[in-house]
Design a protein around this ligand. Structure first.
Ligand code: ZN
Length: 252
């Protein structure tokens, strides 16, 4: 299989996993930067993620134009992906979701930050983008590059940014990393809502989050990915878990 075919398969699997793990429902999407053309990305046509198949994965330029052989109705919010890849050369995969336990944190002043060690990769600071600040009253969807770029500016160097009254977007250095962060983003939000109902919450410290993030091995992503593949009856393709700078093999 070529690198592109390989990535298309991985994206199909990621679509199914994110739907099964309640990060995506009939809406929301995951993309990956094209492995051979860094100014292109791959993203399903507008379809419920758990139904996505190989033949649905389309190719786009960063400004959202359809290229390649596969055509169809694209997601109207694809500009989130292109604008993020444009602003962040380090980002290789993007998830945009409306995951249900995250949305309450987009419309209240309650801060969302990690409370459990597996959730460290969501980061200690999570900005909240409000489309209304620049674009006034809209249907809240990110339907142009201008909107996408405004969101990407709020995302900055973070792993996650909330979107007021809408959801969030998560970025990563690989499909497996962005799936991992997205799953634990939703779980952290769910656990935090429960913890807040019980009293004062002790969050992870900045130092703890840094220790978790800097020490996390690709092996951790592999362990989750293998299990999640099994849950959605998709083949597990092992990857080398030595992912270079920022990763070590010391944790499990
Ligand atoms: Zn959306």
């Amino acid at each position: 299989m070529t690198a592109v075919q390989d990535l298309v398969e991985e994206l199909v699997t990621a679509n199914h996993i994110l739907a099964h793990e309640r990060v995506l429902d009939s809406f929301g999407h995951i993309s990956a930067r094209h492995p051979e053309k860094s100014d292109h990305y791959l993203l399903s046509r507008a379809r419920a993620p758990e139904l996505a198949e190989r033949r649905d994965i389309m190719e786009f330029t960063l400004d959202g134009q359809v290229v390649g052989e596969i055509t169809g109705k694209p997601y109207s919010e694809r500009f989130i992906h292109g604008a993020t890849y444009e602003a962040r050369p380090d980002v290789m995969a993007v998830v945009h979701n409306h995951s249900p336990n995250v949305v309450p944190f987009t419309v209240t002043k309650q801060k969302l930050r990690p409370i459990m060690h597996m959730c460290g990769p969501i980061g200690s600071t999570i900005p909240n983008w409000d489309i209304r600040h620049k674009f006034g009253d809209t249907n809240l969807l990110v339907t142009s590059m201008e909107m996408g770029r405004d969101f990407a500016a709020t995302l900055g160097d973070h792993a996650v940014a909330l979107m007021r009254g809408h959801g969030c977007s998560v970025v990563g250095r690989s499909v497996r990393e962005v799936v991992f962060t997205s799953v634990y983003m939703e779980l952290n939000a769910e656990m935090l809502i429960k913890a807040l109902s019980m009293g004062e919450v002790i969050y992870l410290s900045d130092g703890e989050i840094a220790a978790i993030t800097n020490g996390r091995a690709g092996f951790t992503f592999e362990r989750g990915w293998e299990n999640w593949c099994r849950r959605v009856s998709r083949p597990y393709v092992p990857r080398s878990w030595d992912m270079g700078a920022g990763f070590s093999k010391t944790d499990t």
